[in-house]
Design a binder for this molecule. Structure first.
Ligand SMILES: Nc1ncnc2c1ncn2[C@@H]1O[C@H](COP(=O)(O)OP(=O)(O)OP(=O)(O)O)[C@@H](O)[C@H]1O
Ligand SMILES: [Mg+2]
Length: 395
């Protein structure tokens, strides 16, 4: 169903739009400010949104924010003739821009355009949801302590706040600490699944997941003892992914700081690989090695580079990172030791407990980018590489 919304402080324009919609048996809900709209709609609602110029907000800025946050809303801007800037309107994701003194024909044209885009998106979505396949986002680095777990958990929780069904798979099978960051003590882990269900039962993974009510997130924990990690193979992980993809929209996979068989399966199956790096030479050296490996395995076109703990530094900046790794960065997350450490100590991810901080906003921005991509890069026709190495041996 297509919804109709208006953000406006101009009563006359609001009434005109409402009247024209009414002639078509369509009804619009009006808001005075973007915040009211945010409280009312959910991220996957489809709709046409009119934003009428006002002194109390910047038309173009609001359009930019809305287009990022609500990809299923198509925005029509209504501005004073002398202020209309088509290029800027397009740049901020608006479908069309019309004059406050619009003619009925002009108004209708803009509406038809927006509606037809939404209808196409809805058809697309229906086709896809017939065979639901959750998106796998694998968070990786070849250097330890770089922020993989911190970002995996905060990305997952932040997505879950947007009503996306998310599961985090803790593939740091020896030293996984995803539950710690969420203040959870799971009784069931991937090890119990293997022993009770995979080897001796129906193989279903759902009973072995742990859900957290506060953050609305689900996790599959790593074994409680490091020695159990050896028992988990790539085949088990493929089986788990196949099941989770049917039930979840997004599967975030946290990995250990080295490429072992199980993490390679997570990289191979990923729609997106987030390669985490930071502004120091060892991280960059290892990042470069990781990029070379990804190239070799033909994963490179789904890699997104995330710079974590960005802080102004002599002789090292984002451009240096890009030139060493040979790719543009997707996002950068600022350094904020105090916020990150206290969120870990409290067991409350900073996107929940300190959502106004720059580090939380960095994560939100990254999600907006990931989620507004039209389509995650298609998995390549699998040029499978053999796992002949001994289990969990490093590459
Ligand atoms: N943006 C940030 N600003 C400040 N500190 C950070 C940031 N991101 C992570 N940290 C800190 O860095 C440390 C390592 O983070 P984390 O455990 O997430 O890394 P990791 O890559 O998962 O490590 P490992 O490879 O050991 O699993 C933690 O103490 C965390 O608090
Ligand atoms: Mg970790």
């Amino acid at each position: 169903m297509i919804n109709y919304f208006i953000i406006s402080g101009n009563q006359n324009v609001t009434e005109s739009i409402k009247k024209l919609l009414y002639y078509e048996r369509k009804f619009a809900k009006t808001f005075y400010h973007i915040e009211e709209l945010r409280d009312f709609i959910s991220v996957d609602d489809y709709g046409v949104l009119y934003i009428v110029e006002s002194n109390s907000y910047d038309l173009y800025e609001v359009s930019g924010d809305i287009s990022l946050e609500y990809p299923n809303l198509k925005v029509i801007l209504i501005d004073k003739l002398e202020n209309i800037d088509y290029k800027k309107a397009m740049y901020v994701g608006a479908t069309d821009i019309i004059n406050v003194d619009f003619s009925e024909e002009e108004w209708k044209q803009a509406l038809v355009k927006a509606e037809s885009i939404i209808e196409m998106k809805m058809e697309d979505f229906e086709k896809k949801s017939d065979k639901k396949q959750g998106r796998i986002i694998t968070v990786a680095s070849t250097k330890g302590g770089i922020g993989k777990t911190t970002l995996s958990v905060n990305l997952g929780v932040s997505l879950a706040q947007r009503n996306v069904k998310v599961v985090i798979v803790d593939l740091d099978l020896q030293f996984g600490d995803v539950p710690l960051l969420l203040d959870l003590q799971p009784k069931q882990t991937i090890y119990e699944w293997l022993k009770e269900s995979y080897e001796n039962g129906d193989g279903k993974v759902t009973p072995y997941l742990t859900s957290d009510k506060k953050s609305n997130i689900t996790i599959l924990s790593a074994p409680t003892l490091p020695e159990f990690a050896e028992l988990i193979t790539g085949e088990h992980i493929t089986n788990i992914f196949n099941q989770l993809q049917k039930d979840f929209d997004v599967i975030i996979v946290d990995t250990p700081p080295s490429f072992v068989e199980t993490s390679l399966v997570a990289l191979e199956n990923a729609d997106d690989i987030l390669l985490i790096t930071s502004l120091d030479l060892p991280s960059l050296k290892n990042g470069k090695l990781a990029m070379d490996t990804f190239k070799l395995l033909e994963f490179k076109d789904k890699v997104k580079i995330i710079l974590n703990r960005e802080t102004p530094m002599d002789g090292m900046d984002a451009e240096t990172v890009e030139s060493i790794l040979g790719q543009k960065m997707e996002a950068s997350i600022p350094s904020d030791y105090k916020t990150v450490i206290s969120s870990i100590n409290l067991g409350v991810p900073f996107v929940l407990g300190a959502s106004k901080t720059a580090v939380a906003k960095g994560v939100e921005k990254l999600i907006n980018q990931l989620m507004t991509e039209k389509e995650p890069k298609k998995k390549k026709d699998k040029k499978r590489f053999a796992f002949r190495r001994k289990k969990n041996n490093k590459l």
